[in-house]
Design a protein around this ligand. Structure first.
Ligand SMILES: *[C@@H]1O[C@H](CO)[C@@H](O)[C@H](O)[C@H]1NC(C)=O
Length: 219
């Protein structure tokens, strides 16, 4: 039978093949598998490491990019703040009596509005002042004054707007802070003027800003 013949041939072949040689082959294949498996696992570790490195690199780059962008934006905005101050000052000097002046006022209002919109879109926020707690990290106190209306440490008046860009303070606001209700005036000498001790330069600055203070802020 054909089947038997094939079986016999295979048997003869196997018998002619030295047994130790099969054993060698098996060992050598086993070694190869072990080596390849080691290599594979080393490669896997390497890929994981590279991937983690790249991830860190990507995060660091993104962080650097954002902080550089914030820095540049901050500088740009800082350079615009004096313009903003001039706008605020101009606001107090606009007098509308004639039609021409009304046109000027309208142009002024729309440019001012646009300017504020640009600053807002850049993430610039005004520092909160009147009615909030004085914070030396955000506010610069240039005056203290007794106040029946505000508790001690609460901001009473704003002289110059301060601005933040995200967490970054671009410049502090200049404020007057309440010193509390003060001593009972009925049996005390009159309190000395609140701006005592302030340098003439600052005084000048205050009177400069005084005009531009928006009294609607102090409610
Ligand atoms: C200028 O115009 C705005 C509105 O466009 C108005 O609210 C403001 O009162 C005007 N200023 C003066 C001084 O009339």
């Amino acid at each position: 039978m054909r089947k038997t013949l094939l079986g016999t041939k295979l048997l003869l072949f196997l018998m002619s093949y030295p047994l130790h040689s099969i054993e060698d082959e098996k060992n050598s294949l086993g070694n190869k598998v072990a080596v390849i498996s080691d290599e594979l696992s080393a490669e896997r570790d390497r890929v994981l490491r590279i991937s983690a490195d790249f991830d860190n690199f990507r995060k660091r780059t993104e962080r650097d990019r954002l902080s550089l962008m914030e820095k540049v934006q901050g500088e740009v905005v800082e350079s615009l703040l004096p313009v903003l101050d001039n706008f605020e000052r101009a606001k107090t000097q606009i007098k509308v009596e004639t039609q021409g002046e009304e046109k000027i006022n309208n142009s002024y209002q729309s440019i001012n509005k646009q300017f504020h919109e640009i600053l807002t879109s850049l993430g610039v926020e005004a520092v909160e002042t009147v009615g909030t707690q004085f914070d030396p990290l955000l506010h610069e106190a240039i005056m203290r004054e007794d106040s029946a209306e505000y508790e001690e440490g609460i901001i009473v008046q704003e002289f110059r707007k301060g601005f933040k860009l995200g967490e970054r303070l671009l410049r502090p606001s200049m404020v007057k802070v309440s010193a509390g209700p003060g001593p009972d005036k009925s049996d005390e000498d009159p309190i000395p003027p609140a701006d005592e001790g302030i340098s003439p330069v600052v005084k000048e600055e205050i009177s400069d800003f005084d005009e531009s203070v928006d009294s609607s802020d102090s409610d």
